[in-house]
Structure formats: C-alpha cells, structure tokens
Write a protein that binds this ligand. Structure first.
Ligand SMILES: [Zn+2]
Ligand SMILES: [Zn+2]
Length: 139
C-alpha cells in the first residue's frame, strides 16, 4: 500500500489520508487552515485598532500622498510637454494630443520608407528646424 509522510506531524499515513498531492495530511491541513484564518482575523483586528487610534494621522498621510501624486508629472513624447499624472488619461483624449500622435505616427511611417540617405537628410532638416524654433522663441 502506498504511504506518505506528513510534512507537519511527520506521521507516515496512507495516501487516502492526503488530499491529492498535498504534503500535509488532511487533519494537519485543517489545522493550518484554521491557523491561517485566525491569523488573518487577528491582523485585521490589529489594523482596525491601529486605525481607530491613529485615524487623523492616517487620513493626513493619505491626503499628503494624494497631493504628491497630483503633483507628479509625466513627459508626453508626442506633445513634447509635461503632463500632470492625474490628468494623463484626460490628456490622451485631448485633440492636441491626438493630433500630435497622428502626426508622429505618420512621420515614423514616412521615415521607415526612406532610404538611409533620405533619412540623414530628413533628420538634418528636422534638427535645423528645431534649432531655428528655439532661437526664434528665445528672441
Ligand atoms: Zn499530519
Ligand atoms: Zn500628448
């Protein structure tokens, strides 16, 4: 008859005392489950108690976190601008962004079809345009 040793109580028992490929026998499995549930309950109660005693502080921290989160910025590659993280999904919906995204995608498609020489030329002109733009804007 096939037997297996339980990893918890270390007793060698018949296979029917185990559920499937479990390393623990059924009795030990039940005990482990109880322990886990008790632990979870205790953890929850501890947190609730902590929350009750430190409510203002916890809420204050939450507000601070929200404030910091609202100030985080992401850089949009399409629009070449910074966007507040909390407005990011809204930004993706704006006409400006959609337009810039199409332009950039079209541009990429165009560049992909170019020969290497054409690419070089294209980027050179683009760079010049950019330099011109920044110089012009600075005046
Ligand atoms: Zn056991
Ligand atoms: Zn954008």
């Amino acid at each position: 008859m096939d037997k297996r040793q339980c990893k918890r109580c270390c007793v060698v028992k018949a296979l029917e005392d185990f559920k499937g490929t479990n390393k623990y026998c059924e009795r030990c499995l039940e005990k482990e489950k109880e322990k886990y549930q008790k632990n979870r309950k205790e953890k929850k109660e501890r947190w609730q108690k902590y929350y009750r005693n430190n409510k203002t502080e916890i809420l204050e921290k939450g507000k601070e976190y929200n404030k910091e989160y609202r100030q985080l910025e992401v850089f949009c590659d399409f629009c070449q601008c910074k966007v507040k993280k909390c407005r990011w999904s809204k930004h993706l919906q704006t006409e400006k962004h959609k337009h810039n995204e199409t332009v950039k995608n079209d541009e990429e498609e165009k560049v992909n079809k170019m020969t290497d020489e054409e690419k070089d030329e294209y980027y050179k002109i683009k760079k010049l345009k950019q330099i011109w733009k920044t110089v012009w804007l600075r005046r």
